[in-house]
Design a protein around this ligand. Structure first.
Ligand SMILES: *[C@@H]1O[C@H](CO)[C@@H](O)[C@H](O)[C@H]1NC(C)=O
Ligand SMILES: *[C@@H]1O[C@H](CO)[C@@H](O)[C@H](O)[C@H]1NC(C)=O
Length: 282
């Protein structure tokens, strides 16, 4: 079973992709995997910044998302979010160009209730919504940016074409910069409470990180090194950079990433991708 392939996706591509199930995962499969992730990131930021999602050509005629809203952001954070959305839309566009006719449509995405249910699973709280405030928006973005970094890092050694490798190796630091921006913003607000929950930002982040680690085979870290008693304030050490103790960023397989973005089980679509991603991954 360890060599079997996992197929995900419920669009018109299904028949074609199932027919090719004897074939190894190709560069294009991995590019399409990245495309599904970039669609989600771009769609979230686009809704938060502009109040609407990606247009039909960027979606590759996919169905778009539900649950997004223009976020209630301060002018400073809005300026940062505008930069993030530009990068993510450019990633989607660049991947579509590289893939040509092999590009999948962006899948159906949930960018509302998915955050609420993940916050419930991570912290036992009700009604978390990422568009309400600066801190909620940053926490929402934090949920997937670190995952994107591990996904791209995991894909890089598997790529064959130098052109494809060069592009993905170029996206990888951009996603890591994004994650670092978010993690730093969160760290600066670490001891503040996320209202109305009376949970410190440090602990909120740790809850999300623990949840991702549980679904995605560990390889996840919050923004502080928690003290032995788990409660002292301020925390003694920052942990802005998730790494394996040797200064190397974590990697995840598509299957490990799927388990996170589906809400726990890589073979059971849900959470951010209610009908699954489009493509062929293992
Ligand atoms: C769709 O959005 C992209 C990225 O913002 C933009 O470049 C393109 O012109 C838009 N296409 C249409 C038809 O509006
Ligand atoms: C994941 O979902 C599959 C298919 O729905 C199911 O057979 C399997 O038991 C689930 N695995 C876990 C760990 O829940």
């Amino acid at each position: 079973m360890t060599t079997s392939k996992f197929y995900f996706g419920f669009t018109a591509c299904t028949a074609v992709l199932l027919a090719s199930s004897a074939v190894a995962q190709t560069d294009n499969d991995l590019l399409n995997f990245a495309l599904n992730l970039e669609c989600l990131e771009a769609e979230y930021y686009s809704n938060a910044v502009y109040g609407y999602g990606l247009n039909t050509s960027t979606l590759g005629s996919g169905p778009g998302s539900t649950g997004g809203l223009k976020a209630n952001l301060s002018p400073d954070l809005l300026r940062i979010a505008r930069e993030l959305v530009n990068d993510e839309i450019n990633h989607v566009t660049e991947l579509r160009e590289l893939l040509g006719n092999d590009a999948v449509p962006c899948p159906k995405m949930d960018i509302g209730g998915a955050f609420t249910s993940l916050a419930k699973a991570a912290l036992g709280i009700d009604g978390f919504f990422p568009y309400n405030s600066d801190i909620n928006f940053i926490l929402g973005a934090f949920l997937f940016e670190d995952v994107g970094v591990t996904a791209l890092h995991g894909a890089i050694p598997l790529l064959v074409s130098k052109t494809v490798l060069t592009t993905i190796a170029g996206f990888f630091p951009v996603e890591a910069y994004h994650a670092a921006i978010l993690r730093t913003l969160l760290y600066e607000k670490g001891t503040e409470m996320v209202t109305p929950y009376s949970i410190r930002v440090f602990d909120f982040v740790q809850g999300f990180s623990d949840l991702r680690g549980k679904a995605g085979n560990g390889k996840d870290q919050g923004i502080v090194v928690p003290p032995a008693d788990g409660r002292s304030t301020p925390y003694p050490f920052a942990n802005l950079v998730p790494q394996n103790g040797k200064g190397v960023a974590f990697t995840r397989t598509p299957k490990e990433v799927l388990a996170i973005v589906y809400g726990g089980n890589a073979t059971q679509p849900g959470t951010f991708y209610p009908q699954g991603m489009n493509g062929y991954f293992k």
